[in-house]
Design a protein around this ligand. Structure first.
Ligand SMILES: C[S@@+](CC[C@H](N)C(=O)[O-])C[C@H]1O[C@@H](n2cnc3c(N)ncnc32)[C@H](O)[C@@H]1O
Length: 226
């Protein structure tokens, strides 16, 4: 069956000539003139403009998000080597197959300056398993994310909540705990991979993260250095 989410994937695939044209546009533009730095990327900014931070460059593959750069992350980034200072990404990497995640992280490593860093927020497999075993999704997750107002979750089984959260009704293609993400980051060349807390960062201000991040319980927060 072709579900709405699979249709979304197809649309991303069909739109590749447009996203490729945007990629070429940015390659040329960045060859002519670098953007004023230091560059901080919000990778997968989403549609909610209230969650954007001034000074960050917002990237997304959905034109409805009206990003600063319209790109399909499954392809090469237009930035030259070592031209980006920081990368932030919240609830994006789980939308890719693992081989795509690995190539995305290699691209991040390529474009980051030495000493530059990446902060990644993804749904926490470990927390979800813990909530599943204790059967307390509603208490632990619903209050912070207000999932109780989403009909798919309200009063439904623990298994449904687990699958809904971790697979997001077939939008997600991967699940991560800290160890797995750390392994992917190290394989891509990153070092000093750390698990951090909500709003706690070596690079970003708390006020910036309060806008960008999903609340704790549901997510893990990871930082890694090039
Ligand atoms: C769940 S949203 C996260 C938005 C925001 N960061 C947040 O935390 O609310 C995932 C974002 O990733 C983007 N995305 C998914 N697949 C993509 C792809 N192949 N290329 C570029 N962006 C993609 C979607 O368009 C969407 O805006």
């Amino acid at each position: 069956m072709t579900t709405p989410m699979r249709i979304k994937d197809r649309l991303f695939d069909l739109a590749w000539p447009v996203s490729y044209a945007s990629y070429l546009y940015w390659v040329v533009k960045l060859r002519i003139k670098d953007l004023p730095g230091p560059l901080t990327l919000n990778f997968g900014c989403g549609q909610d403009r209230s969650r954007r931070v001034p000074g960050m460059l917002n990237l997304d593959g959905n034109p409805l998000c009206r990003p600063d750069m319209y790109l399909d992350f499954r392809r090469r980034l237009p930035f030259r080597n070592q031209t980006v200072s920081l990368i932030f990404s919240c609830h994006v990497l789980e939308h890719f197959y693992i081989y795509e995640v690995e190539s995305i992280l290699r691209e991040w490593h390529r474009v980051l300056i030495p000493g530059g860093g990446a902060r990644i927020v993804v749904p926490s497999l470990e927390n979800a398993v813990d909530f599943y075993i204790r059967k307390d999704f509603q208490r632990n997750i619903a209050p912070s994310e207000d999932f109780s107002s989403v009909p798919a979750y309200a009063g439904r089984s623990t298994g449904r909540c687990f699958v809904g959260l971790m697979l997001d009704w077939d939008q997600h293609k991967c699940m991560f705990d800290f160890g797995f993400m750390a392994e992917c980051l190290e394989d891509a060349g990153f070092r000093d991979v750390q698990q951090r807390e909500y709003l706690d960062s070596q690079w970003f201000q708390r006020e910036e993260l309060a806008r960008l991040e999903h609340s704790p319980g549901y997510s893990i927060y990871i930082e890694a250095t090039k």
